[in-house]
Design a protein. Structure first.
Length: 344
């Protein structure tokens, strides 16, 4: 659910007329007798959107295993980094490697050049076994020695071969186990688990108007459950409109919120949080309370300037930015320190 607290308006001022209404107390309300006045100020004015962001993890990726019996599985929420065991098959730990495609063959001496060789070499370098190793698609004697050194560090037989069942390729150097679908004692061939990026981000649902006011990289402030504010930025913006199972209900626009310090949202669950976005401002602005504005019968707005010893003087004005219950006057015979009639 998204709530915007302010709006930006720019309207032209019209000529003064006899018929006045106070738009802030009802469109059809008659002129309200003066009850109080407020000073016209010159100050800075800023407009903000207050939105609601639902915390979430990235879209889960399903991990498919190879043949064998599952003998150990992780728990949802476990964090596994490159080189660590993700699960176990036939009593043999299957280790996490960073890569875009699964191993489909053994990487060993005599294997044809291929991207799987490069992925293995990249991981060996990342794990500290890349001495004199050139990362490319070609398996060399240096590649074999690097694999043997890695196997020795794990207490495994130094075969110089990495088979498809030895490692599993995942999309990030560190992953969070999301769900576990495999069963201990069951087959490893098929979906074993799903994982996400360990980082948490926010997701804001947007209206079409709010979508037009946001851009990637915009700074925002997020209120945490304890009441403190933490900085974040608008990330990827999804304009929506993608088809769904219901042709009449395409996806809605949304924006991702990325936290400057991801640790501040760890351990608090996945609540909805308030996000404040600055969407405009005016420096050295001439400002009146919005309750000082009256609508002119033929369009535009006016204020009623207090006159000592006489009735208020109706002054047509142009209205710029409206924020925090205050309105910027961009044109009209109104000056700083004048007093204007306000309602309520």
């Amino acid at each position: 659910m998204v709530v915007a607290t302010v709006m930006l308006v720019l309207v032209g001022g019209g000529g003064a007329t006899v018929a006045l209404t106070h738009p802030w107390s009802g469109q059809d309300a008659p002129t309200v007798p003066p009850s109080s006045t407020a000073v016209v100020e010159r100050t800075s004015l800023s407009a903000k959107l207050v939105l609601s962001a639902q915390l979430e993890y990235s879209t889960p990726t399903t991990l498919v295993g190879v043949e064998g019996m599952l003998t150990r599985l992780p728990h949802p929420g476990d964090i596994v980094t490159t080189g660590q065991a993700l699960y176990e098959v036939d009593g043999h730990a299957v280790l996490s490697f960073l890569g875009e495609r699964p191993l489909w063959r053994a990487v060993e001496a005599g294997v044809r050049d291929g991207p799987d060789v490069q992925e293995v070499e990249q991981n060996l370098v990342a794990l500290g076994f890349g001495e004199n190793l050139t990362v490319d698609n070609t398996f060399t004697a240096v590649t074999e020695r690097a694999i043997q050194a890695w196997q020795k560090s794990l207490g495994r037989e130094r075969t110089g071969v990495i088979a498809p069942g030895d490692v599993v390729m995942v999309a990030a150097a560190s992953v969070r186990v999301n769900t576990v679908t495999g069963l201990v004692g069951g087959s490893a061939a098929g979906a074993v688990l799903s994982y996400t990026d360990p980082g948490i981000h926010g997701r804001i649902g947007l209206s079409a108007d709010q979508l037009s006011q946001l851009a990637p990289g915009m700074p925002v402030s997020v209120r945490l459950p304890g009441g403190t504010e933490t900085p974040a930025t608008i990330g990827v913006i999804d304009p929506g409109g993608a088809p769904t199972a219901d042709p009449a209900k395409p996806t809605a626009p949304s924006a991702r919120v990325d936290f400057a310090d991801g640790s501040v949202v760890q351990g608090i669950g996945l609540p909805a949080l308030r996000v404040t976005v600055g969407v405009g401002g005016a420096e050295n602005a001439l400002v009146v309370p919005v309750t000082a504005l009256v609508a002119l019968a033929d369009g535009g707005y006016a204020v009623e300037v207090d006159v000592v010893g006489g009735p208020p003087r109706t002054v047509p004005v142009q209205v710029g930015l409206v924020a925090d219950s205050r309105a910027q006057i961009t044109a009209g015979d109104v000056s700083e320190n004048d007093r204007v009639v306000v309602v309520g």
